[in-house]
Design a protein around this ligand. Structure first.
Ligand code: BDR
Ligand code: CA
Length: 311
C-alpha cells in the first residue's frame, strides 16, 4: 500500500478525497492533519472527524493544525461549501477525537517512525506543511513526494490568477514549492476537467450505502455554486481535491508536464498566483509535475468504486 499523510480542510471536495483515499484500499493513511481554509480550524477539524467516522476510518490518527495563515487573515470559502464547510447531508456525530499533539508534530512523528519515505497529500492551504518543513528540515528526506491540489497554470478562482489554497497562504505555498521536495501540482487546469455532473450524483446516490448518499448530498449543495458561477462548465462541478489522491493511484490518467513553479507573494494584481514556466522560458530546473488534463471517465470510475466499498 502507498503510505500517505493527508493534510486537508474539509470541505465538500476534501470529503470526497478522503472517501477515494480510504475506499480505494490502495493507501496506508498514516495521519490526517487538518488546516483552516474552507472553514475555520474548529469546523474543518470537526468535519475531518465526522467524515472519517462516516467512512469507518476511526483508527486513522487526526491532528489539528494551524488556525490561520502565516501572515494574513483567514478567509473561508462558505459560498462554496456552506456555513458548516460540509453543507448538504446529515452526518454522524464523530466517534473519535483528535490527537493531543499538533499537525506539525504529528507529521514529524509519523515520518520519524517510518522506515520508508511517505507521500504527503495537501488539499487545503499549505500552512501546516510549510511550518513542518521549516521546523523539521532533517525529515525532508522522509517525504517521497507532495501531491497537492492548488494553483493553476493559466487561471485562478479567487482572483483572475490565484487559486483558493495558494491565495489563502501564499508565503506557505512559496516555502513548499521552494523546498526541493518533488511536487505534483493538480491545479485548476486539470481539476476543472474532473467534473461531476447531475447524472454522476444520481449514480453516487444509487450506490445505496451511507457514504454514497452523503457524497451525493454534498455534491448537490456544492454544484449550486458551480451552476451559478461557472456556467462554462455546463452544469459540472469541479472535483478538485480527489485529483491529488487519484494522481498517486494512477498517474496514467493524467496529462502532465515537468515545470519550474514558484508562487507570487507580493504582486499588485497577482498575489497568490502560481507562476508556472510552462514553456521553460526561464530554463530553470523543473520542481513540479504539473497536471493539466485528465481522463474524466476513468477518474469517475475510480471514485465510484472507492465509495462503493465504504459503509
Ligand atoms: C480548492 O479550494 C477549496 O475550496 C477546495 O476544497 C479545493 O481544495 C479549490 O480551489
Ligand atoms: Ca480543500
Amino acid at each position: 500500500k502507498i503510505p500517505v499523510i493527508i493534510d486537508c480542510d474539509p470541505g465538500s471536495d476534501d470529503a470526497l478525497m478522503l472517501m477515494l483515499a480510504h475506499g480505494s484500499g490502495r493507501f496506508n493513511i498514516r495521519a490526517v492533519t487538518v488546516s483552516a481554509g474552507n472553514q475555520t480550524q474548529a469546523k474543518t477539524l470537526q468535519n475531518a472527524l465526522t467524515v472519517l467516522t462516516l467512512i469507518g476510518a476511526t483508527d486513522i490518527p487526526v491532528y489539528s493544525g494551524a488556525e490561520k495563515p502565516l501572515f494574513h487573515k483567514l478567509a473561508v470559502s462558505d459560498s462554496v461549501h456552506g456555513d458548516t464547510g460540509l453543507n448538504g447531508p446529515t452526518l454522524p456525530v464523530p466517534a473519535m477525537q483528535a490527537q493531543p499533539i499538533s499537525a506539525v508534530e504529528g507529521i514529524a512523528s509519523v515520518l520519524s517512525a517510518s522506515e520508508n519515505p511517505v507521500n504527503i497529500v495537501p488539499t487545503g492551504p499549505l500552512t501546516n506543511i510549510a511550518t513542518f518543513l521549516l521546523a523539521y528540515p532533517h525529515l525532508k528526506s522522509k517525504i517521497q513526494r507532495i501531491s497537492l491540489m492548488g494553483g493553476g497554470i493559466f487561471r485562478g478562482n479567487m482572483t483572475p490568477l490565484a487559486e483558493f489554497n495558494i491565495y489563502a497562504d501564499p508565503e506557505a505555498a512559496a516555502i513548499v514549492f521552494r523546498s526541493g521536495v518533488p511536487i505534483t501540482m493538480c491545479g485548476l487546469d486539470v481539476t476543472h476537467k474532473a467534473l461531476v455532473f447531475a447524472k454522476d450524483i444520481s449514480l453516487l446516490r444509487a450506490l445505496g450505502n451511507e457514504s454514497g448518499k452523503a457524497a451525493a448530498d454534498l455534491m448537490d449543495f456544492y454544484s449550486n455554486f458551480y451552476r451559478e458561477n461557472r456556467v462554462e462548465l455546463n452544469g459540472g462541478a469541479a472535483l478538485h481535491d480527489p485529483c491529488a489522491i487519484a494522481w498517486l493511484m494512477n498517474p496514467g490518467i493524467f496529462t502532465t508536464k515537468s515545470c519550474y513553479v514558484d508562487v507570487e507573494t507580493k504582486g499588485e494584481l497577482t498575489r497568490g498566483a502560481t507562476v508556472v514556466d510552462f514553456y521553460n522560458t526561464l530554463q530553470k530546473e523543473p520542481n513540479a509535475t504539473v497536471a493539466y488534463d485528465i481522463d474524466r471517465d476513468a477518474f469517475m470510475d475510480m471514485l465510484f468504486n472507492a465509495i462503493k466499498a465504504l459503509p
